[in-house]
Design a binder for this molecule. Structure first.
Ligand code: NIG
Ligand code: FE
Length: 418
């Protein structure tokens, strides 16, 4: 990745949201603390933030050849961190989309051969080059929306070879694009059709072959399991994730999207980094997450885009003291959006999160959920200079003006990337 070696100074930041504070998940009153500086400047050196403050106070630090970036009075934020995406897949699900418009449910479509299974077919058939081409297009969308770090899951291959193919695509993509990518193994997305009568055989393939190989080759940092109706049971998820933990992978889980089955409690029991979805989770589940320090990752677009109305109870989670993350869940089936401003708007309208809370949840809290809070997610001395000059003067516009075709200026390691 290119790192800007020349020093630069960003001047004229009408609002500079530093998110300054501890490099750990934030909860309670901290969720409204943005470290907002008005009419501020930010000094960058070697791709990192060197100092923030008023221009007149930073002036003495500046070398003579400093490059000046004029933010024009606009709002400057850390690049968004999207902690839950399914970036790599073949084909699309426009057919499913039309069937849902005609009244069929996500589950009905999945049961009749559409859904995840249809994306499997396309992804298995696609060459690495084809998948890389599609993934590049998706990665561009993230950058254009002001996202500079994403977590990206495998999970549309579900054979040893095709899961490795997806993780290799992510590795190649990281070489080509400035978007930071944190890979996750999601071989336990569903049980593929050829193993329908032999679930144990599929689980053994994951635990005995894929997990050891992926961890040996450093192809993923986390392991995820879709624990729900039509996917994996709590007991199956436990066995897979225990193996992943032993192999040195961090744990993330898709839980309780469609029913309460104890998935949230399992995330707590195993000390998972995150429990994602949680649309159906009850007070007991929330308490278990709190006691174990598991971060909830809320995915409002996957409720919205399925025309469902059961949003996760973010207010109860915040009241209980959890440190929420919001993410896109970008995927071809339930959440075809890469836009974090749109997720922030949905979080405001349907999760009842203030714009400030949604921004903490999509920057520093998301970074903490990826064990990256000391590198990204805030604009403080020593952190990566991953930041965005948004096309607005008040950060709350990001939540308020819906689906706006804005053109933010996006920087990674101090370099303008789009
Ligand atoms: O996170 N819940 C499971 N997986 C995805 C949906 C995948 C798909 O429909 O292709 C999700 O919503
Ligand atoms: Fe997902």
């Amino acid at each position: 990745m290119r790192v800007r070696s020349q020093a630069s100074i960003v001047v004229n930041c009408g609002q500079l949201l530093t998110l300054a504070g501890p490099a750990r998940p934030r909860a309670g009153a901290e969720l409204q603390e943005l470290g907002l500086l008005r009419d501020a400047a930010m000094f960058l050196k070697e791709g990192r933030v060197a100092a923030v403050g008023f221009y007149r106070d930073l002036q003495s630090l500046l070398p003579r050849d400093v490059e000046v970036i004029d933010a024009g009075g606009r709002a400057v934020l850390p690049g968004f961190v999207d902690a839950h995406t399914h970036l790599v897949f073949g084909g699309n699900r426009i057919g499913d989309f039309e069937q849902r418009i005609a009244g069929r449910t996500y589950q009905e479509i999945a049961a009749s051969g559409g859904g995840i299974a249809s994306t499997l077919e396309h992804t298995r058939r696609a060459s690495e080059e084809e998948l890389l081409g599609a993934a590049r297009r998706h990665a561009e969308w993230f950058l254009r929306g002001g996202t500079t770090t994403i977590e990206a899951k495998s999970g549309y291959g579900l054979t040893e070879q095709s899961e490795l193919k997806i993780l290799n695509v992510l590795r190649s993509l990281q070489e080509l694009m400035p978007l930071r990518i944190v890979p996750t193994l999601l071989a336990a997305h569903i049980v593929p059709a050829e193993f329908r009568e032999d679930r144990e055989g599929y689980i053994a393939m994951i635990t005995e072959q894929l997990i050891p190989e992926v961890s040996r080759n450093g192809l993923a940092r986390y392991c995820d399991v879709f624990c729900d109706e039509h996917a994996f049971t709590v007991d199956e998820a436990r066995r897979i994730l225990q193996q992943a933990k032993q192999s040195g992978l961090g744990l993330r889980m898709h839980v309780e999207q469609f029913r309460v089955d104890g998935g949230a409690k399992l995330a707590a029991e195993l000390g998972a980094k995150t429990a994602d979805h949680l649309e159906c989770t009850d007070a007991e589940g929330i308490e278990a997450l709190r006691a174990a320090g598991v971060q909830p990752v809320l995915l409002p677009a996957s409720v919205f885009a399925l025309s469902r109305t059961e949003y996760p109870d973010a207010r109860a989670m915040i009241a209980a003291g959890l440190a929420p993350v919001i993410a896109s869940d970008f995927n071809p089936g339930s959440s075809p959006t890469a836009s974090m401003p749109f997720i922030i708007a949905l979080a405001a309208l349907y999760l009842r999160m203030l714009p400030s809370e949604a921004i903490v949840a999509s920057t520093i809290n998301a970074a903490a959920s990826l064990d990256m809070a000391d590198e990204v997610g805030s604009l403080e001395p020593g952190k990566r200079a991953d930041f965005v000059i948004h096309e607005c003067e008040d950060y709350r516009e990001l939540a308020y003006f819906l689906a706006t075709p804005a053109r933010p200026r996006v920087f990674v390691d101090g370099c303008e990337v789009i």
